[in-house]
Design a protein around this ligand. Structure first.
Ligand SMILES: NC(=O)C1=CN([C@@H]2O[C@H](COP(=O)(O)OP(=O)(O)OC[C@H]3O[C@@H](n4cnc5c(N)ncnc54)[C@H](OP(=O)(O)O)[C@@H]3O)[C@@H](O)[C@H]2O)[C@H](O)CC1
Ligand SMILES: [K+]
Length: 232
């Protein structure tokens, strides 16, 4: 059984690997994005055969950065991809900013929650499309704003009928990656923004994936190797 690690331990592992020159934040992010795409194609082989459509929701930090990598890699595989961005490009951390800018040269970055219509996220989307949650990862520190989680749920519910699959990058947004509790605001805060079919985390499961609400909201948990050495 692979050991779980805390988000803090993960950050220490990443910082040590970067400071020792073993890798860079940029490479870790690229490998994280590639690990998410590999896990998607392994879980749904039919999506590998026929490129599909994906809505990637990117947040204001490095979890969002992973999402921009996923968007680019899926586009390179022939997928039709739109990014919904909850954040300010000027305030993104460097690696995430670099991947935001790389994506913005290839495809749309639409503000999320949508200003007036969901149309940019729904146009031409068919059953089996993917909703990829790269809003928040281990950096979630407080309840998700109600307007954001309501918009995510609105998008997801709006398309459950269309048999969309939901993929969480690192952590389903709203789940505390250490405790496995939902960082919920006061009612009617819907809690976790997305309950995933698949969660792809990096290097090792986090404590929050495996306890309290974690198992229920993560769906299938896949651990991707991002080059930090042997898993814990
Ligand atoms: N080298 C690396 O660190 C790698 C990280 N990976 C991925 O990065 C995330 C962790 O990234 P981080 O930027 O630390 O945090 P998040 O992206 O999870 O959170 C984004 C920022 O959001 C802010 N925040 C927190 N809670 C909320 C909230 N409820 N509403 C709005 N905004 C919120 C917070 O900033 P504040 O200053 O506002 O607190 C966060 O900074 C990790 O999960 C991985 O996906 C790579 O995979 C590997 C390399
Ligand atoms: K996420």
């Amino acid at each position: 059984m692979v050991e779980t690690i805390t988000p803090m331990q993960m950050r220490e592992l990443e910082a040590d690997a970067i400071s020792s020159g073993l890798t860079t934040g940029r490479d870790l992010m690229e490998r994280a994005g590639a690990g998410v795409v590999d896990a998607i194609l392994a879980k749904w082989p039919t999506k590998a055969d026929a490129p599909r459509r994906a809505v990637v929701l990117c947040g204001p930090g490095n979890n969002g950065g992973d999402g921009f990598v996923v968007a680019r890699l899926l586009l390179e595989k022939g997928w039709s991809v739109v990014v919904g961005f909850y954040g300010d490009a000027a305030k993104l951390p460097p690696d995430a900013r670099e991947n935001h800018d790389r994506w913005a040269k290839l495809g749309p970055v639409v503000p999320f929650p949508p200003q007036d219509t969901y149309e940019p996220f729904l146009a031409g989307f068919e059953p089996g499309a993917l909703l990829i949650d790269a809003l928040f990862g281990i950096g979630l520190t407080r309840p998700i704003a109600v307007d954001l989680s309501t918009a995510v749920l609105g998008l997801a519910i709006n398309n459950f009928a269309n048999d969309w699959n939901i993929v969480a990058v690192d952590v389903p947004s709203g789940l505390d990656a250490e405790t496995g509790t939902l960082l919920c605001g006061p009612p009617p805060h819907p809690g976790v923004a997305t309950a995933a079919d698949l969660t792809v985390t990096f290097h090792a499961p986090k404590t929050g994936h495996m306890q309290n609400e974690g198992p229920a909201v993560c769906g299938e948990l896949v651990v991707a190797d991002i080059g930090l050495g042997p898993a814990a």
